[in-house]
Design a protein around this ligand. Structure first.
Ligand code: DGT
Ligand code: CA
Ligand code: CA
Length: 585
């Protein structure tokens, strides 16, 4: 089944190239951290941070821009930053940064990467207590010496301890976001396709899990040896770690990710796909069920005694067991096998059910594109509406709008609306939930805003649950954005009691966001299931900061499908005027 390949070409992620934007953005963020640790002036530090963010979200591949000598076309990227990018792409490092790093204890970088400890705090620890690495830090926390440093208190230290646990877990797992892995697998599949009969990703990637440990690819074809040869010669490989008759593994340069390839015969493609898609837990339960019925399942097929009964397709295997076909996103042993036996699987939401995007930014706040560009792209996606939700005044870093600017933006939306009658342009805001739970505009202003998205952008560890619930009680709030605040690349998220927030959201008919940006995927599958079981409504938003990001809807859909959602659970699947939402304006 060409399921994944089709899906990827549908969303058209990043064309032929693996985008190296994320890699470069990570590097610039690291440079900013190190400079901040060294006490460099904040202007310089912020310049790197800003470049990192812009490059991460820029829809075109920096490597391609470099080759076409167009790096400075990226807004906010001057010659200095462009030179750094070029040097890195050419040589794999930035000399000036190497010099900054020299003489700095190695463990400092780890410390900086621990959530809830910023570079300034690391510098304080280092200068006052000679803390050079995580070991040192844990020792000093035990001794209690940290408590005597300026700005430290019990609560702060609790947060640091939580950050350390999170950091250690992440080090252990080293998983990357689905959104980073998908373009890589697409490139490999495109590269392999001419020499194989069938090819599909499997493993966690085919299940569209939020993070991926390694990439698994399954193929069939005449000449197994040639297929393996082609694979291990993938131009972007860094290393070959295994090579056999029917399988091989390489590491690709991007994120040093492992890719496992298996080659099987056509006649067992379906059962191999089933086996290698997993999850392991799903497979184990399925095998047990088959055994109870007198069958045996392996990667080669489903057998009765020595006789192979089926296996060419996945459907054929589920059929023999008298079950519905189970979509890969559900294969986690969370009740899907029982549901399939009873022919009661949910009708999972599909990308084509989505009628619009519920969360996007323009250059009226921190987006890169104009309202018109966003609207044009939304029309290209076939959308019936797009929610334009710029930031509000307290989000200064995000260039949030004050009341005057909001008016001006809404006027512009009116003008553009006339020009594009085929799409509803929703005048919305992503409003800050302030330190006391109030929203960033008065009710007088809020009552005229068509869609109000509440979000926490500061004070991640301070009374977040209470603040969110208070915001939910504001009659003008429609949804809560990225409810847990976590970032897959390494931020733990708010200190929040999600159960209480879900209950309040259900009570007051406020929807919960599935933020589709690949570093967020927030809510994720587990939290979606939890919220759905309590009767919550959902809203999928890409949080686009440029028009190219609208395509990330696919990742939001993946989370929704993994969360067992059907189209009536999701605001995006209704016409704008028919949404079962709290406020209709
Ligand atoms: P990952 O890579 O950590 O994101 O997760 P997966 O699910 O891709 O796991 P991976 O790459 O270790 O294995 C790919 C699939 O192969 C897995 O989903 C199911 C299958 N598989 C691997 N090892 C076993 C096993 O010991 N038993 C069974 N039944 N299946 C396995
Ligand atoms: Ca895998
Ligand atoms: Ca694997």
């Amino acid at each position: 089944m060409q399921f994944l390949a089709e899906k990827i070409s549908y969303i058209g992620i990043s064309g032929k190239n693996i985008m190296r934007n994320g890699e470069i953005a990570d590097l610039f963020e690291q440079i900013a951290d190190v400079l901040e640790f060294k006490g460099e002036n904040s202007f310089r530090v912020n310049a790197y941070r800003k470049s990192a963010r812009i490059i991460r979200e820029y829809p075109e591949d920096v490597e391609m821009l470099w080759k076409e000598d167009r790096l400075t076309e990226i807004p906010g990227v001057g010659q200095g930053i462009a030179d750094h990018i070029m040097e890195y792409l050419k040589t794999g490092k930035i000399q000036q940064y190497q010099e900054v790093l020299s003489g700095m204890p190695e463990g400092i970088l780890d410390l900086i990467n621990i959530p809830n400890i910023g570079p300034k705090t690391v510098s304080l620890f280092y200068n006052r207590l000679d803390i050079k690495n995580l070991d040192d830090l844990e020792k000093e926390i035990k001794k209690g010496t940290i408590l005597n440093l300026p700005g430290m208190g019990e609560k702060k230290i609790e947060n640091i301890k939580k950050g350390i646990i999170f950091f250690k877990e992440k080090q252990k797992k080293k998983r990357i976001s689905l959104g980073i892995a998908l373009p890589i697998v697409k490139e490999i599949i495109d590269y392999m396709k001419p020499g194989v009969e069938k090819i599909s990703a499997c493993g966690s990637l085919r299940r569209m899990k939020e993070t991926i440990g390694d990439i698994d690819i399954l193929t069939t074809g005449e000449n197994h040896k040639d297929i393996i040869e082609t694979f291990i010669n993938f131009p972007k490989k860094e290393n070959i770690i295994a090579k056999g008759q029917t399988k091989a593994s390489i590491i690709v340069k991007e994120h040093h990710l492992q890719v496992d390839l298996r080659v099987v015969d056509n006649s067992s493609y379906g059962s191999a796909l089933l086996y290698f898609t997993g999850s392991k837990e799903h497979n184990i339960k399925l095998r047990g069920l088959a055994k109870d019925k007198g069958f045996k399942i392996s990667e080669y097929g489903i057998f009765k005694g020595d006789e192979k009964i089926a296996g060419q397709t996945e459907e054929s295997v589920y059929d023999v067991l008298n079950m519905q076909f189970i979509p890969p996103e559900l294969r986690e042993d969370r009740g899907e096998i029982e549901a399939a036996i009873n022919h009661k699987l949910p009708h999972l939401v599909k990308i084509n059910d989505i009628l619009g995007d519920m969360h996007s930014h323009t250059n009226y706040s921190d987006g890169m594109d104009t309202i018109e560009t966003m609207v044009q792209l939304a029309i290209k996606h076939g959308y019936k509406f797009i929610v334009i939700s710029d930031h509000t005044k307290t989000s200064k870093i995000a260039n949030g709008m004050d009341e005057e600017k909001l008016k001006k933006r809404n006027k512009e939306i009116d003008i553009i609306q006339e020009k594009y009658p085929e799409i509803k342009i929703v005048k919305a805001v992503e409003i800050d939930i302030l330190g006391d739970g109030q929203l960033d505009y008065s009710d007088e202003i809020l009552k005229d805003i068509e869609f109000v998205i509440g979000a926490i952008h500061q004070g991640f560890q301070k009374n977040v649950t209470e603040r969110m619930i208070k915001a939910i009680k504001n009659p003008f709030l429609d949804i809560i954005a990225h409810p847990t605040g976590r970032l897959i690349s390494g931020r733990k998220g708010y200190d929040i009691n999600l159960d209480e927030v879900i209950s309040a959201a259900v009570e007051y008919n406020v929807a919960l966001e599935i933020n589709a940006y690949f570093d967020r995927l927030d809510l994720n599958d587990i939290n979606i299931i939890k919220a759905k079981n309590r009767g919550a409504m959902f809203s999928i938003g890409t949080d686009s900061h440029n028009a190219g990001m609208l395509k990330y809807m696919e990742f939001g859909i993946s989370m929704a499908r993994r969360g067992w959602l059907e189209k009536n659970d999701i605001l995006n699947c209704y016409q704008w005027n028919n949404m079962p939402r709290r406020n209709k304006k």
